[in-house]
Design a protein around this ligand. Structure first.
Ligand code: ATP
Length: 815
């Protein structure tokens, strides 16, 4: 109840009441006009514009003594009454606040009436003089128009109903004193109980409204996605345009084919002259030649255009992804993102361009065939359209359902891909823990989920295909029946019926294909939702700093930094952390596991932004400094460096190929103690590192990473000391390399080794996200019982334990 605090209540509720009155008045006026026009039209059931009231009486009172489907327009009156009854039911429900889900029923009735109207035209045309009755055409047109208006009015009533409930809820909030208003509240409360929503109506209203808004939003987004998809085709208009020209030529040639086929057959049946037969055959050959050549050219152009569209989509998506903040990747699985980049982009591009092709081709053929069909027999053409509204209705329902299922299939596929990617990407871990079976099971679980959705899709298709087939056959039988009747009554010739049947078969295929276009587009829209979401996503952290200082000295300040990871906003990882790294000094971050040391480095690297405080480089906020310059001057060597699949040269010069020279690279490699190893390799700096550096040892990887950091001649070096099991020789070489590179630079090191910590100018001790001690080794050791002191004690103990274990091992070996 307390959720609504709308102060300007009178004006709001006034507007809503106006809307309700408007919808109710529109309904009443519609019912009145519907009945009036349907009845008045009967007064014009003759070939003059004179209104004859007697005619109305004639039809209403069945003065002929019987009802004739071919002559009586009383059906139109019955439909008008049916519409009125339905709307009156709507109003009754509106007053009782029920919200029936009858939308489909209404759409079905609407389309049924329209189908019937087509049948009625054919029935009336049996007595061709009736086609000149003005009243007949008024009845027909009004019947179609009024049926089309039925659904919007019906939906309008229920939209207004929600407004009314909402108004009542507002009244109950704003004023509990007025009798009328209290009554509304009570009424609403009762409805709430009846509907099982509990006694408060206020709580149910927003969710109802939200549903409505969601549907609106979804609809808007579907249209938006379709337009977005089409806009991609616009980029390659040249290829699509050329393809389109061939498509038009192909379709026109195909449209003429049934006509000439019928001509050839009729020449044979009626034994016409050989020259006439040959003439038809030559035209048929020409049409076939044109359609074959242009069909191929059209396919080629569209296929190339599809490839161009896929490229552009992938490139745009990748551009957007690579610029997203690190938090974005924390929240999503790489497999899912990869699936968007590969499968979804492919689905989108191929379905969109294929469907444009199919749609345009079939549309041209439908229009062309329609022209031919109308020329052959307009009556029979109307007969074809008796089932069309129903087929359109089925296609629409199926399309909506298919859209939902497609989206679901894509996400299930993405989940399965993510598992496969994860397992294959960490194959060594999987193998070493013998988890192959487990991973296969996990993958199969996800495949099962995908299969389940695909199963639903198949059921939906089963229903659709059956109904569609049924519709087509019903149309064919109707044409044979009615066409036969027309031939027998002399209104049409036999070969015209044959020609018509050929067109009808072709048009059925075309309409079926157009139906699939709808489904295909929905599939593309389903796939495109996430792709466009990623494409249009603005990174929450932008690397758009423009400040380019003349020189970077390397002083770092952390001022009152507080921070939580976006994935766990409730957990404070850093709490008011402050410290300074003076020029050319080394600061060691020390603390237990999970204290927040790596998070400090992530913030300095601008992977995340602090929720509070500022990080300064030479007194400038780091987010205002030019992104490239900043990462050139502040270089990171992480604990487990990742190398790219490429040569050693590629890896060392990564990101600075444009300006770093060969000498810079060799100098950096020498400082990192890796130059000699590289020169000993067969291919030197062109030695391949393998995916993620898999062809290098842990120590070599680390040293290449150090060279990669040093080649930039950074002012600030960030070192996350390796804790992994490097052998003592490698560790020594790396320690030496690090000792070389700290000279003359500001260094922040996450120190795990006592030797490193001791050498640091300042030690910052972190625990549970807070700086709890700062000082050099000597001063901190004096704080007996302090965290630093106990950490050092523990490490000394571990070292001695390791030494003892090693000594035992050595003794064992000697024995
Ligand atoms: N990407 C992330 N998303 C959410 N929470 C994270 C993320 N990375 C780290 N954390 C959490 O933040 C806290 C601090 O982690 P951090 O990696 O900074 O600790 P650390 O001191 O570097 O630990 P260690 O010495 O073990 O590497 C931990 O509780 C950790 O679970």
């Amino acid at each position: 109840m307390n959720k609504f605090h709308l102060k300007p209540f009178p004006s709001h509720s006034g507007t809503m009441m106006n809307k309700i009155i408007l919808v109710l008045s529109a309904t009443v006026i519609f019912v009145y006009f519907d009945l009036f026009i349907s009845a008045a039209a009967l007064g014009f059931y003759h070939s003059t514009l004179y209104f004859d009231f007697e005619l109305i009486k004639h039809y209403f009172l069945f003065k002929d003594g019987y009802y004739s489907f071919y002559k009586s327009p009383i059906d139109f009156i019955l439909f008008s009454i049916l519409r009125s009854i339905l709307l009156i039911i709507g109003i009754c429900l509106f007053l009782k606040r029920g919200t029936p889900k009858w939308n489909l029923l209404f759409t079905g009735i609407e389309l049924g009436i329209i189908s019937f109207t087509f049948i009625k035209i054919l029935a009336f045309s049996e007595y061709s003089e009736q086609l000149y009755f003005y009243g007949f055409w008024v009845s027909l047109l009004w019947n179609i128009l009024a049926s089309f208006m039925l659904c919007p009015i019906w939906f309008g009533i229920f939209r207004a109903e929600k407004l009314q409930i909402h108004t009542a809820a507002l009244w109950s909030q704003a004023d509990q004193d007025g009798d009328t208003r209290q009554l509304l509240v009570e009424e609403d409360t009762v409805v709430g109980i009846e509907n099982g929503h509990g006694p408060t109506v206020t709580s149910s209203v927003p969710s109802e409204e939200k549903k409505d808004e969601d549907i609106e939003a979804e609809r808007a987004s579907t249209i938006k996605h379709m337009l977005n998809l089409l806009s991609y085709c616009k980029h390659h208009g040249r290829w699509f345009g050329t393809g389109f020209i061939f498509l038009v030529m192909f379709s026109v040639a195909r449209v003429f084919q049934p006509y000439y086929t019928a001509k050839v057959v009729s020449n044979i049946i009626y034994g016409k002259e050989a020259s006439e037969f040959l003439h038809s055959i030559i035209i048929m050959c020409s049409l076939c030649l044109v359609s074959s050549i242009t069909g191929g050219l059209r396919g080629g152009c569209f296929s190339y255009a599809t490839a161009l569209v896929a490229n552009k989509m992938r490139s745009d998506l990748f551009k957007s992804l690579i610029n997203q903040e690190i938090g974005f990747f924390d929240e999503r699985k790489t497999g899912e993102i990869m699936s968007r980049l590969t499968a979804d982009c492919q689905t989108m591009s191929s379905t969109v361009s294929t469907n444009i092709n199919v749609f345009a081709r079939n549309m041209i053929m439908v229009i062309g065939s329609m022209i031919f069909m109308c020329t052959i027999s307009w009556r029979l053409t109307f007969a074809v359209f008796v089932t069309a509204p129903l087929m359109g209705f089925i296609t629409k329902i199926y399309g909506n359902y298919y859209d939902k299922l497609s989206e679901s299939t894509q996400s299930k596929m993405a989940e399965a891909n993510s598992i496969a990617e994860q397992a294959l990407g960490t194959i060594r871990t999987v193998r070493s823990f013998a988890c192959e079976h487990k991973e296969v099971n996990r993958f199969e679980e996800k495949l099962k989920a995908t299969l389940k959705v695909n199963g639903q899709k198949s059921w939906a298709y089963l229903g659709y295909a059956t109904l569609n087939e049924f519709g087509n056959n019903a149309t064919l039988i109707a044409i044979l029946f009615y066409g036969g009747h027309l031939v027998l009554t002399g209104k049409m010739t036999g070969d015209a019926l044959f020609s018509f049947l050929l067109y009808q078969t072709q048009i059925a295929e075309n309409v079926y294909a157009i139906g699939w276009v709808f489904t295909g587009i929905m599939e593309a829209v389903g796939a495109s939702r996430k792709v466009f979401e990623y494409m249009e996503r603005e990174p929450k952290i932008k690397n758009d700093g423009e400040f380019v200082p003349h020189f970077i000295y390397g002083k770092i300040n952390f001022n009152n930094i507080s921070f939580s990871y976006p994935t766990r906003p409730q957990t404070i990882v850093l709490d008011n952390v402050s410290f300074e790294v003076q020029l050319g000094r080394t600061v060691a971050l020390v603390g237990p596991s999970g204290a927040g040391k790596s998070s400090i480095i992530s913030l300095l690297e601008h992977f995340y932004e602090p929720s509070n405080g500022q990080i300064l480089l030479d007194d400038n906020p780091i987010n205002q400094i030019d992104h490239k310059l900043f990462h050139q001057k502040v270089s990171l060597v992480s604990q487990e460096p990742v190398l790219h699949d490429g040569t050693v040269r590629y890896n060392i010069l990564y990101g600075c190929e444009e300006w770093a020279t060969e000498e810079d690279m060799i100098e950096a490699a020498k400082l990192a103690n890796i130059h000699d190893f590289i020169m000993e390799s067969e291919k030197g700096y062109d030695t391949e590192c393998g995916e993620k550096g898999v062809q290098m040892s842990g120590g070599q990887k680390q040293r290449i990473a150090i060279a990669r950091a040093l080649v930039r001649k950074p002012a600030v070096l960030i070192l996350d000391e390796a804790t992994s099991a490097l052998d003592s020789e490698s560790e020594h070489v790396i320690q030496e390399a690090l000792a070389n590179c700290v000279i003359g630079r500001s260094v922040i090191v996450i120190a795990h080794r006592l030797s490193t910590v001791e050498k640091a100018d300042t030690i910052v001790v972190i625990n549970k996200g807070k700086v709890i001690q700062t000082g050099d080794h000597k001063s901190l050791m004096q704080d007996i019982g302090g965290l630093y002191h106990s950490l050092v004690q523990r490490q000394l103990q571990t070292i001695s334990e390791v030494d003892v274990a090693a000594a035992i091992e050595r003794t064992d070996k000697l024995e």
